[in-house]
Design a protein around this ligand. Structure first.
Ligand SMILES: Nc1nc2c(ncn2[C@@H]2O[C@H](COP(=O)(O)OP(=O)(O)OP(=O)(O)O)[C@@H](O)[C@H]2O)c(=O)[nH]1
Ligand SMILES: [Mg+2]
Length: 318
C-alpha cells in the first residue's frame, strides 16, 4: 500500500484531507511528510483574502472559485476562521453555492479553527497550503478576517493579498490603514451594487495616493488596483481574476516572487524553532510551577532574567 505522501501527490483527495487533519492536530510525524512535500510545492499562486467582518469575503471567494473553475483551474480554499465559510454570515444562497463547490473534485475547501496560538495558526495555515499546493491545487485562496495580528501573520504567507472593503464602512478604512494597508496588493470594493461604493472607492484611491513609500523595499513598483465587485450583479469577478493573474506576472517578472519567498523561508525556519522551544518549555513546566514563578517575580523575590536562564538550561538551550 502506498503511503499518504504518494497518494496525496497523485491527487487523492482523501489523503489530502487526512494530511490537513494531521497538520491541525500537530501530529509529530507530519513534519516528515511536509518535508517530503516541500519539493513538490511552490507552483500555486497563494492568494490571501482579508477584510473586516462581513465585508463579503466568503461571497467573493465563492464567486472567484466559480470563475476559476470556468477557466479549468483546480482551486484550493482555506478559510482561517471558525465562523467561515459555512457558519458565518453568508446568506443561505451563498452558503449553498459554497457547499455545491465542495462537491466538485477540482475544488478542495477546508476551514481552520483559530486556536489562539499566533505562530501556530500562521504555521499550520502555511502547512495546509503547502499540502494543497503539492496536490496540484492552483490557485489557493486563503480567507481570514483582517482584524488581529494573527490574521496579518496568516496573510504574510500569501503571495497576493486582496483586501476587501464594503461600502459604508468608513471607519474601517482607518483600521485598514493601521493594519493591513502595507500588505495589500489589490483592493476590492465589494457590494458595489450598494449606495456609497463610489465614495469608498474614492477614499481608497485617496489613501493610496497618500502613501507613496509603501513597500519601498520593493524595487519594481506595483500600482495597487481598486477592483469593484458585486456578487448580486455578478460584476467585477472576471476582472478580479485577470488582476490576480497580472499580479502573479508582476511578481515573477520583477523577481519579487523569489524575494518574498526568500524572506518567508527564513521566518518559517525561525518560527518552527520558536514553536519547538515553546513546546519544550510546556513539556517541562506545570501550571503550578508557573504560578509560583510569576508570584516570585512580581513580588521581586526573583527576576525574569534568572528565571529565563534557569528554564533555558532545563530545556537544554544554555
Ligand atoms: N448587496 C450585496 N451584499 C453582499 C455582496 N456580497 C456579500 N454580501 C452580503 O454581505 C454579508 C456578508 O457576506 P460574507 O461573504 O459572509 O462576508 P465575510 O466577509 O465572509 O464575513 P465573515 O467571514 O463573517 O467576516 C452577507 O449577508 C452577504 O450576502 C454583494 O456583492 N452585494
Ligand atoms: Mg467569511
Amino acid at each position: 500500500m502506498k503511503n499518504i505522501v504518494e497518494r496525496l501527490l497523485q491527487g487523492d483527495r482523501r489523503a489530502l484531507a487526512r494530511m490537513v487533519t494531521l497538520i491541525e492536530n500537530e501530529v509529530p510525524a507530519v513534519r516528515r511528510y511536509l518535508a517530503e512535500l516541500h519539493q513538490h510545492a511552490g507552483r500555486a499562486q497563494i492568494v490571501g483574502v482579508t477584510g473586516a467582518p462581513g465585508a463579503g469575503k466568503s461571497t467573493l471567494v465563492t464567486h472567484l472559485v466559480r470563475e476559476l473553475r470556468r477557466r479549468d483551474c483546480k482551486v484550493g480554499v482555506v478559510a482561517v476562521d471558525p465562523s467561515s465559510p459555512f457558519t458565518g454570515g453568508a446568506i443561505l444562497g451563498d452558503r449553498i453555492r459554497m457547499m455545491e463547490l465542495s462537491g466538485d473534485p477540482n475544488v478542495f475547501i477546508r476551514s481552520m479553527a483559530n486556536r489562539g496560538n499566533l505562530g501556530g495558526l500562521a504555521a499550520s495555515t502555511r502547512d495546509v497550503v503547502r499540502a494543497m499546493d503539492a496536490a496540484g491545487y492552483d490557485p489557493i485562496l486563503v480567507e481570514t478576517v483582517g482584524t488581529g495580528q494573527a490574521e496579518v501573520e496568516v496573510m504574510r504567507t500569501a503571495q497576493t493579498v486582496m483586501v476587501v472593503v464594503a461600502p459604508g464602512m468608513g471607519d474601517d478604512i482607518q483600521a485598514i490603514k493601521a493594519g493591513i494597508m502595507e500588505i495589500a496588493d489589490i483592493f476590492v470594493v465589494s457590494k458595489s451594487d450598494k449606495p456609497g461604493s463610489n465614495q469608498t472607492a474614492a477614499e481608497l484611491a485617496m489613501l493610496l495616493s497618500l502613501d507613496p513609500l509603501r513597500r519601498s523595499h520593493e524595487p519594481a513598483r506595483w500600482r495597487i488596483p481598486i477592483v469593484r465587485t458585486s456578487a448580486i450583479n455578478n460584476e467585477g469577478i472576471e476582472q478580479l481574476v485577470e488582476t490576480l493573474r497580472k499580479h502573479r506576472d508582476y511578481l515573477v517578472e520583477s523577481g519579487m516572487l523569489a524575494e518574498r519567498a526568500q524572506r518567508q523561508v527564513r521566518g518559517e525556519v525561525e518560527a518552527l524553532i520558536l514553536h519547538a522551544v515553546i513546546n519544550a518549555l510546556k513539556a517541562i513546566t506545570s501550571e503550578a510551577e508557573w504560578q509560583q514563578l510569576v508570584e516570585e517575580i512580581t513580588s521581586r523575590e526573583r527576576d525574569p532574567y534568572s528565571v529565563a536562564s534557569e528554564l533555558e538550561k532545563r530545556i537544554g538551550l544554555l
